[in-house]
Write a protein that binds this ligand. Structure first.
Ligand SMILES: NC(=O)c1ccc[n+]([C@@H]2O[C@H](COP(=O)([O-])OP(=O)(O)OC[C@H]3O[C@@H](n4cnc5c(N)ncnc54)[C@H](OP(=O)(O)O)[C@@H]3O)[C@@H](O)[C@H]2O)c1
Length: 258
């Protein structure tokens, strides 16, 4: 079985790589900092590098059984002050990286194949000062649900996995902007500190990666899975309460006023 994992050099992707290798699968990692022989150096914000990496996969492995679109990063800061280049960059990696990997992988996939998109609970739970990340993950989830319908007849299953906060290098790697103006005062700094303060409350990586691995191995995949009991409960509240109530509560819990 050939499994392609983007961002398999750290956190969730690395944990999944180890599990698939243990299971006896051939794993091909796409990331910028690959060191071992099963990796292909690839910056997912660059469509030419993606196309080249999949050509290499075709030549060396022939086919793909599972594609796991996992690579991604976060950004925090006031939406008003994020530069166009940074706004484009996060979509280039999180959304277009996922889309172009799917487009390049599909010609190498057959009936029985699986495409797993690591989205986020942020795909539906909006957060203040994390707009671009939330929007990029909403786009990933929508891509996942839409293409699932297109590929259903071909016997290729697609699903979005939406984890809540997990202890990985994600917080450290988040691009953090503290620029402010009279409109926001110290709310940006407070919101970022609030995320960092809660670092210890994040799910252990082993718990989350075990759950994700179990899901990927299921014979029949649902369109979406939420990882983390707290986030499943929040999703239930999100579905039954008015959006305004939900946004107000979220903002309060992040130290803001609504
Ligand atoms: N941790 C969480 O709380 C959490 C919650 C929900 C969803 N997620 C999602 O889970 C996924 C994995 O995150 P993680 O927590 O494991 O974070 P992580 O430890 O920071 O790992 C991120 C991975 O993405 C790769 N990556 C980042 N930018 C890339 C680029 N331009 N090109 C190629 N690879 C790139 C990195 O590899 P290189 O640096 O080697 O390129 C790394 O392997 C992300 O999509 C994230 O949004 C995480």
């Amino acid at each position: 079985m050939n499994v392609v994992i983007t961002g398999g050099t750290s956190g969730i992707g690395k944990a999944l790589t180890e599990k698939f290798l243990k299971q006896g699968a051939k794993v091909i990692i796409l990331a910028r900092s690959v060191e071992n022989s099963c990796g292909i150096k690839c910056d997912l914000s660059n469509e030419d590098e993606i196309a080249k990496a999949f050509k290499e996969i075709e030549k060396s492995y022939g086919k793909i059984d599972i594609l796991i679109n996992n690579a991604g990063y976060g950004i925090s800061g006031a939406t008003e002050l994020i530069t166009p280049a940074e706004a484009r960059k996060i979509f280039d990696v999180n959304f277009f990286g996922t889309l172009f990997c799917i487009q390049n992988a599909l010609p190498l996939m057959q009936k029985g194949g699986k495409i797993i998109n690591i989205s986020s609970a942020c795909a539906f739970f909006a957060l203040p000062f994390r707009t671009l990340y939330c929007a990029s993950k909403s786009a990933v989830s929508m891509l996942s649900n839409s293409i699932r319908m297109e590929l259903n007849c071909a016997g290729i299953q697609v699903c979005a996995i939406c984890p809540g906060d997990i202890k990985t290098n994600f917080t450290k790697n988040r691009v953090k902007h503290f620029d402010t103006n009279i409109r926001y005062g110290n709310r940006i700094k407070n919101a970022t500190e609030n995320i960092d303060r809660n670092e210890e409350k994040r799910m252990p990586l082993t718990y989350a990666s075990d759950k994700i691995f179990q899901i990927i191995n299921k014979p029949k995949l649902k369109p979406q899975y939420i990882i983390g009991k707290k986030y499943k409960f929040l999703y239930f509240l999100y579905k039954i309460f008015p959006l305004n109530w939900f946004l107000k509560s979220t903002n309060k819990s992040k130290g803001g006023k609504y």
